[in-house]
Design a protein around this ligand. Structure first.
Ligand SMILES: [Zn+2]
Length: 291
């Protein structure tokens, strides 16, 4: 576990890299203890109320501060204890990339959560007996990919290449992919990811009490047209189906070197399907306009 001074130092570096003024545009709350089942960090978007719960036992002073006039409309990030300075820097930069996604385009930020819900719905419906390591699927989501790239880039620049041990740990997604962040194609990648699970995205629209057209409008002006093209192509839906069918069995998860590794085939099918969707759209709508 690292001390509070090391977390504070990582926060300054992460804010500088993400171009946020610490305390004025983004504020950090450290909640001592280990995350049990939840995540090691939490980004709360401007305007929403911060509350404490069992995963996030913020103290009264923190809650009061986070909801105060001065802080309520800035990004608030809460973190638990970190095992190393590298994990702290990576995780904080990851969360600040979500802040950047929010500030860059609110509509796409809302679309991100719809795609995330659709993927969760598609896999949740399988009612798999064992989900250990299935967070690996979460990391294929385009906004998570970008947040992990931001983390990998800054940690490599600051600490050098990760060790094999760091690349095998549960925080490895923060260090793996140092390709550039593709913020201008985020909406496009979200849309092609959702196209693999069209029924699940329609379910999300229904749950939100809106039409699929209203939901798709958040991706940009041509999203509805693009969607119509993609859902008519059987190979795209088939890729989504293959991703669902390639979920590991409980035995495969238990015998994998790490539970997350057992989910690699799912990740590969999603990536392949997304490439197919992108090439189909590239041909049909070469000048697509999205946010
Ligand atoms: Zn994230």
């Amino acid at each position: 576990m690292i001390d509070i001074a090391e977390v504070a130092q990582a926060w300054v570096l992460a804010c500088e890299d993400a171009k946020y003024e610490p305390d004025a545009q983004a504020v950090l709350y450290v909640v001592p203890g280990n995350p049990r089942n939840g995540s090691a960090a939490l980004h709360v978007e401007p305007g929403s109320e911060v509350c404490a719960n069992t995963n996030w036992p913020l103290d009264r002073a923190q809650i009061r501060d986070a909801n105060s006039e001065a802080r309520r409309n800035i990004h608030r990030i809460a973190v638990r204890d970190f095992a190393s300075p590298r994990i702290a820097l990576g995780r904080l930069r990851h969360e600040l990339e979500h802040a950047r996604q929010y500030d860059r385009c609110l509509a796409v930020y809302v679309a991100m959560s719809s795609v995330e819900s659709a993927v969760a719905r598609a896999f949740g419906q399988l009612e798999l007996p064992c989900l250990d390591g299935s967070g690996a699927i979460y990391n294929v989501l385009p906004h998570e990919e970008d947040a992990n790239r931001a983390a990998a880039l800054i940690t490599e620049a600051h600490f050098g290449a990760p060790t094999r041990r760091e690349l095998a740990g549960t925080d490895a997604p923060l260090f793996r992919d140092t390709s550039p962040i593709e913020e201008t194609t985020l909406s496009y990648r979200l849309l092609t990811t959702a196209a693999l699970f069209p029924a699940a995205l329609e379910w999300v629209a229904h749950e939100k009490e809106e039409t699929i057209g209203q939901l798709l409008a958040r991706f940009g002006p041509d999203a509805d047209t693009a969607w119509q093209i993609m859902v008519q192509l059987p190979e795209i839906k088939d890729s989504g189906q293959r991703a669902l069918e390639s979920c590991p069995t409980e035995g495969e998860i238990k015998s994998a070197s790490a539970p997350a590794n057992a989910w690699a085939p799912v990740k590969e099918e999603i990536e392949a399907g997304r490439e197919d969707a992108e090439s189909a759209l590239g041909e049909a709508l070469p000048n697509i306009r999205l946010h």
